[in-house]
Design a protein around this ligand. Structure first.
Ligand code: ADP
Ligand code: MG
Length: 479
C-alpha cells in the first residue's frame, strides 16, 4: 500500500532505523504517542477517553506489542471493537510489529483509575466491592459519558417527546411505563438520553443498581456465560438490577438463544416492577429477526421515536456546543453547517469540533470560506453515503461472481474471498457495526466479519498486488 511504504520511509528518515533493528523504550513510547493520536482521531474523543486512554504501554516482545488494561472489561472491549485499528496503527508505525497483546493489570492503584462505570451511584472503581455481584456488574456495565446529561440535551420538536418520556422515567418514584422504548436513526441522541437517565437516577437514588449496556455486550456476556457454564450467575446478576438499559437492541435480532434469554430477563424484571429502557434504530414492529412475542412485548410500555433533526434544532445544538467549547462562531457559519450537515447530530458535532480544533491549532479565523474549505471532504461524504448493497454489487462485478453469492453460504474460495473483501470494505467505508454487516451478508455472525477484516488486512500486508486491487475498489466506491 502506498501509505504503508511512505510510513516506512518516514520512519527511517526520522529515527534512523529500519524495521529489523532494535527499538528502544523511548522510540516505542514515541510510537505509542502516535498510535494514541491516531486512535483518538479515528474513534473520537469519548471512546478514546473511555477505552484507549486507560491503556498503558508495557513492552515490545519480539514482534508483539504488549499493553495493559486496568480491567477485563476494558481489555475485552478494546480487543473486540478496536483491536484491528490498534494493530494497524502499530503496524503503520513499525512494520515489524505483527500482533498486539493486552494484559490485565490488577496492580494499578484504584485512585489512579478513571471512573469506569456507575453502579448504585458510586464510582465503583474507587470502592471495594460490597457484594461479589457488584464487581461483575462493573465488568459488564458500560461507562457513562459525563457529558450526556439532561442539561446538555437540546430539546426541539423532533425529540421533545422522547426527552419528556426519558425525564419522566428518571424522575418518577414509581415505574411510569415499562419498558420505555426509544427508537430513531443513528446519532440522534438515544444513547445520550439513556445515559442522562442513568446519571439522574444514580444521583437521586445512590442505592439503586443501574445497569447500562449495549445489546452487543449483552449478547457477548450471555455467550460467555454459556461457554463457561455459568448461566445461573448471569441470570442472577441481570435480575438483581433496579434499572436495566439495553442500547441498540436491533443487534439481538436473529440470535435465537440470546433473544430467548433477553426475553426472560426482560419479563422477570418487568414482573418485579423494575424499570427497563430499550433503544433501537427501528420501532418494535419493524425490528427484523425478532420473535413475534418479543416484538409485541417490547411495545407494551411507551414507544417513542426521535425524529431526524430539523434546521432549528441543528442551529440550537450548534450554538449550545459552541458555547460549551467557549468559542464564538459567526452566525453564517452555524447556519451553513446546519444546512449542509443534516444526517445526524454526531456528524454535526464532528464538523464543529474539527473546525474549532483546526482554528486553535493553526490560528485560523473561523469564517465561511475557511469552513467551506476545511470541511470539503466531510461535506462531500455528507452528500453521498456508500451503502453495503453498493459495495456488494461493485465487488461482485469486479470479481465476476453473482451478487447472490454475497449472501449465499457457499464457501468456495472464488466466492468466499470476494465476499471477505466486500465485508472489509463495508467495515471501512460505512458506519455499520460488525453484526449489521454480518446480517447483510446472509445473516453471518459478527465474528465472521471480524475474521474477514483481519484476513484481508493480512493479505494486503503480504501481497501488494492484492492490496492495490482492494485500494482500487475502495477508490471506485468513494468516487
Ligand atoms: P444515538 O445513540 O441515537 O446514535 P447519540 O446519543 O450517541 O446518538 O448522539 C450522538 C451525539 O450527538 C452525542 O454526542 C450526543 O451528545 C449528541 N446529541 C444528539 N442529540 C442531541 C441533542 N438533542 N442535544 C445535544 N446533543 C445531542
Ligand atoms: Mg447510540
Amino acid at each position: 500500500m502506498a501509505r504503508f511504504a511512505e510510513n516506512n520511509w518516514r520512519m527511517e528518515q526520522n529515527y534512523g532505523f529500519n524495521s529489523t533493528l532494535e527499538i528502544d523504550a523511548e522510540k516505542l513510547q514515541f510510537m505509542w504517542g502516535k498510535v494514541r493520536t491516531g486512535m483518538r482521531s479515528e474513534i473520537g474523543e469519548v471512546a478514546y477517553k473511555n477505552w484507549v486512554q486507560p491503556l498503558t504501554l508495557l513492552q515490545l516482545n519480539n514482534t508483539s506489542v504488549q499493553m495493559s488494561a486496568p480491567n477485563r472489561a476494558i481489555r475485552d472491549w478494546v480487543l473486540s471493537r478496536y483491536g484491528d485499528r490498534l494493530r494497524k496503527l502499530w503496524v503503520e508505525q513499525c512494520p515489524m510489529i505483527k500482533a498486539i497483546e493486552i494484559i490485565i493489570n490488577n496492580a494499578e492503584p484504584a485512585e489512579k483509575k478513571k471512573p469506569f462505570s456507575v453502579v448504585g451511584g458510586k464510582d465503583i472503581t474507587s470502592h471495594k466491592p460490597e457484594i461479589e455481584n457488584i464487581s461483575d456488574l462493573m465488568a459488564i456495565s458500560a461507562p457513562l459519558d459525563t457529558r450526556y446529561t439532561f442539561e446538555n440535551f437540546i430539546v426541539g420538536k423532533p425529540n421533545e417527546l422522547a426527552f419528556a418520556a426519558a425525564r419522566r422515567v428518571a424522575e418518577s418514584e414509581k415505574v411510569p411505563f415499562n419498558p420505555l422504548f426509544l427508537y430513531g436513526g443513528v446519532g440522534l441522541g438515544k444513547t445520550h438520553l439513556m445515559h442522562a437517565i442513568a446519571w439522574h437516577i444514580t444521583k437521586k437514588s445512590p442505592g439503586k443498581k443501574v445497569l447500562y449496556l449495549s445489546a452487543e455486550k449483552f449478547m457477548y456476556q450471555f455467550i460467555r456465560a454459556l461457554r463457561q457454564r455459568d448461566t445461573v450467575a448471569f441470570k442472577d446478576l441481570f435480575r438483581s438490577v433496579d434499572v436495566l438499559m439495553i442500547d441498540d437492541v436491533q443487534f439481538i435480532g436473529g440470535k435465537e438463544s440470546t433473544q430467548e434469554e433477553f426475553f426472560h430477563t426482560f419479563n422477570a424484571l418487568v414482573d418485579q416492577n423494575r424499570q427497563v429502557i430499550i433503544s433501537a434504530d427501528k420501532s418494535p414492529s419493524d425490528l427484523e429477526g425478532l420473535e413475534e412475542r418479543m416484538r409485541s412485548r417490547l411495545g407494551w410500555g411507551l414507544v417513542v421515536d426521535i425524529h431526524p433533526t430539523d434546521i432549528e434544532l441543528r442551529i440550537n445544538i450548534l450554538t449550545a456546543k459552541a458555547d460549551q467549547l467557549k468559542v464564538k462562531i459567526p452566525q453564517d457559519v452555524l447556519e451553513f453547517l446546519a444546512h449542509k450537515i443534516t444526517s445526524n447530530v454526531r456528524e454535526l458535532e464532528g464538523a464543529l469540533n474539527r473546525l474549532v480544533a483546526h482554528s486553535t491549532l493553526v490560528g485560523r479565523e473561523i469564517n465561511l470560506p475557511n469552513t467551506q474549505e476545511l470541511l470539503r471532504d466531510l461535506l462531500r461524504s455528507a452528500d453521498r453515503k456508500i451503502t453495503i448493497d453498493e459495495i456488494q454489487r461493485r465487488v461482485a462485478e469486479h470479481f465476476n461472481i453473482r451478487l447472490t453469492d454475497m449472501h449465499s453460504p457457499r464457501r468456495a474460495r472464488v466466492v468466499a474471498r470476494p465476499r471477505q473483501v466486500a465485508m472489509y470494505l463495508a467495515k471501512q467505508l460505512t458506519q455499520r457495526s460488525l453484526p449489521e454487516i454480518g446480517r447483510k451478508f446472509g445473516g453471518r455472525d459478527h465474528t465472521t466479519v471480524m475474521h474477514a477484516v483481519r484476513k484481508i488486512d493480512d493479505l494486503c500486508i503480504g501481497d501488494s498486488a492484492f492490496s492495490q486491487e482492494v485500494d482500487l475498489l475502495r477508490k471506485m466506491l468513494e468516487q
